[in-house]
Design a protein around this ligand. Structure first.
Ligand code: C5P
Length: 409
């Protein structure tokens, strides 16, 4: 899926990560043209950017030679996607206002190509209501965002503001490219979920150990895929963010294929906003900290020591969204004992509206099987359903969600 990407680098300490981003995008076969803001030139040199992208770097709105060779409008027109990384508070503000005071801002104003912003700024700048307002405006206009993440910042403070890591930006960009390559599916005219958008995660995640090995689990994706089919049949527009499964994509459903939990989170945030979010995936709790480019070798001094790092919790992240939280956020809980008690604890811990709990203990054929017996747990209480086919569980759940959504409006 080789695409043309226009990368806009604005000023910020994270500009150095843009160099790695160019390399990785090109390794994946994408063509990368780069525009640098004047401030970006304070952090990295146009020479290194040109060397890595294999293209001249654009920076000056009034450069006669650049304008003659390729008008600035043409720069964004030739692109399948525009990535702004790092996206400074200043450039985000300009884009939200529709200013055209430099080449980067002009391109963002003159384009109808989708834009992915990877913000990077001081935590107070990010949390400032002015920035949050600008981000909300851009989102409403159809822009996508990846990050920023939490952590220690170059300025010595701690909190959200760190630019997303390069693999996250690439996963978000490729998910967007995949979406925009597909023809928009018409929403069904009728059904209890007509006009609604439902986002569902499904299947396992694969967390690489090295280029040939990975950590996985036995999830088949059957329940998540059945939910997607049921939501589509109920009239919803459905985005299914799926880990690697051996199932055919449900018809009429937009499927975004991912491998890792971090990719799943990126693809989910891009798919939002939604009316209902259902986390049916069996997400790996950890990923391996350092995955080299080479297959690990058997060595005389014993097996390798893998350092595991906790994965982001997609369900808790979506349930905790301060802005744009889906009206209904649903989680699943696969438990081997005390199914209801653990499900209730999970409801509180994740901050979701409902937990669908099931027993996957010894003797159960839920993982990979065709049927499921679930307990529907919410603040209102527990409803235990008989053993049913997974597609029937999905159909009944969708009818329940539609009613809940109606009650909430
Ligand atoms: O934390 P635990 O895996 O027990 O919770 C299960 C629920 O949380 C499921 O709905 C699953 O899809 C979701 N989950 C998630 N991201 C994770 C772990 C679990 O969305 N990293």
């Amino acid at each position: 899926m080789a695409k043309n990407i226009l990368l806009i680098i604005s000023g910020g300490i994270a500009a150095y990560k843009a160099l790695e981003l160019i390399r990785r995008l090109r390794e994946r076969g994408h063509g990368v043209r780069v525009v640098m803001s004047a401030a970006a030139g304070e952090f990295i040199t146009p020479l290194s950017v040109a060397a890595l992208s294999g293209q001249p770097v654009h920076g000056d709105l009034f450069s006669l030679t650049e304008e003659a060779a390729m008008g600035h409008i043409e720069l964004s027109r030739a692109a399948d996607l525009i990535i702004v990384a790092p996206a400074s508070a200043d450039l985000i503000a300009k884009a939200a206002q529709g200013l055209a005071s430099d080449l980067a801002a002009t391109l963002l104003l003159a384009t109808d190509t989708r834009v992915l912003y990877a913000p990077s700024m001081n935590v107070r700048m990010w949390l400032n209501p002015a920035t949050q307002r600008n981000v909300a405006v851009l989102r409403q206009d159809g822009a996508a965002f990846v990050g920023p993440g939490d952590g220690a910042m170059a300025c010595g403070e701690f909190g959200p503001g760190r630019m997303a890591e390069v693999p996250e930006i690439i996963a978000a960009a490729e998910a967007l490219l995949e979406q925009s390559c597909k023809i928009a599916l018409p929403t069904a005219a009728s059904g209890p979920l007509a006009g609604r958008h439902v986002v569902i995660t499904s299947g396992p995640t694969h967390e690489p150990i090295d280029p040939v090995r990975y950590i996985a689990n036995r999830s088949s994706g059957r329940q998540g895929h059945a939910l997607a089919a049921a939501a589509q049949a109920a009239g919803a527009r459905v985005t299914l963010v799926s880990g690697p499964v051996a199932l055919p994509p449900p018809s009429g459903v937009h499927v975004v294929g991912i491998e890792t939990a971090r990719d799943m989170l990126a693809a989910t945030s891009i798919a939002l906003p939604a009316d209902i979010f259902i986390a049916a995936a069996a997400v790996a709790d950890w990923h391996v900290a350092h995955t080299g480019g080479h297959k690990l070798k058997k060595v005389v001094d014993g097996p390798p020591h893998l350092t595991l790092v906790e994965n982001p919790d997609i369900l808790a992240t979506v349930a905790g969204m301060r802005e744009g939280r889906p009206r209904l956020v649903i989680g699943f809980a696969a438990e081997t004992e005390q199914v209801i008690a653990h499900g209730q604890a999970k409801l509180l811990r994740k901050g979701c509206d409902m937990i669908i709990a099931n027993d996957v203990g010894a003797g159960s054929d839920v993982m990979g099987g065709e049927s499921n017996s679930v307990h529907v747990i919410s603040a209102a209480g527990v409803d235990s359903w008989p053993k049913l086919d997974k597609s029937e569980v999905a159909r009944r759940l969708m009818a329940l969600f539609a009613t809940k959504l109606q009650d909430a409006t």
